[in-house]
Design a protein around this ligand. Sequence first.
Ligand SMILES: [Zn+2]
Length: 269
Amino acid sequence: MSVRRVIPLTFGWEDLPETISIRGGDPTVRYREPVPGVLLQIDDGWLLLDTGFNTALITDPALRHRFHGDPAIQPVLPGPGEPLAEALAGIGVDMADIRAVAVSHLHNDHAGGLKHFAGRVPVHIQRAELDYGMSSPPGPESNGIFRVDFDDPALDWRVADGDTEIAPGVSAVLTAGHTPGHQSFVVSLDESVGGGGFVFAFDAADLTENIEREVAVGGRIGAAPEVSVAQIRKLKLIAADRGYRLVPGHDPVVWPALTAQLSGAVTSA
Ligand SMILES: [Zn+2]
C-alpha cells in the first residue's frame, strides 16, 4: 500500500522579508509565511514530514533573545501550547500513532519539534544535513540551525546519502542548496484512493514564484544561486514526469489552500 491520506499541517508562521525566499527580492516587502508539516497515512499509522518550531526557544525570553533575536525574522506561534500537539488534536490524530518522522532539513522552523520523538520513532534525514548540523559553531547556529533542537542521543536517526525510499509511496529527494543536506519528498497516493501524488519541495522552493520563475531561494548555506535553481528544475521534472503537483514549502496562499482542499478529501481509515 502506498500513502492513503495527505494532511498538511501549519505549526505557526514567520514574519520575514521577501529576500529570504526570493533571491533579489524586495527587502521592504514582508511576508507572513506558514511553517509547514505534512502527515502521511501509511500502512501502520502516520509518517510526519517536518516538526515546526521548538517552542521553548520562543516562549522563554532569554532563549528567545539568543535564538530569535533578529527582528527581521520573527516566529509566530499558533496557540498557547505545543504547535504539534495542537495541530494533531485539531485533526484527531494521536501522537502515539506517528510511526516515523522525516525532516527536510534542520532549520529551526522544521526541526524544533524533534524533541517529541526522541526515543520513540525513527527519524529520517540526509547525512550531509546531520553532519552540518553537528559541525562546530558558530556556522550552524548563525544560519538558523539550532543544535539544541536535535543533538539528543535518544533520537533514532535513519541517515540517507541521496535519494531514497523512506516508506512505501514516500521517497526523499536530495535537494541540497538551501542547506547542505536539504531533502524534498515525493508522495504517491495509493490506487485505492485514486492514485496521483505530490512533490513537497519544502525549502527547496519557498514560494510559487520560485517554481514559476525558476528563481533561487534567498536563503542558501554555501551554495550558489544556480544550485538552488537546479534543484527547483529537478523537482519540476519529477512532478511533470509523474503528473504530480509540486508544492512550495512556505507559500502564504498555496499552503492554506492545499490544507483546505485536502481536509476530509480522503475518507479511508
Ligand atoms: Zn529552511
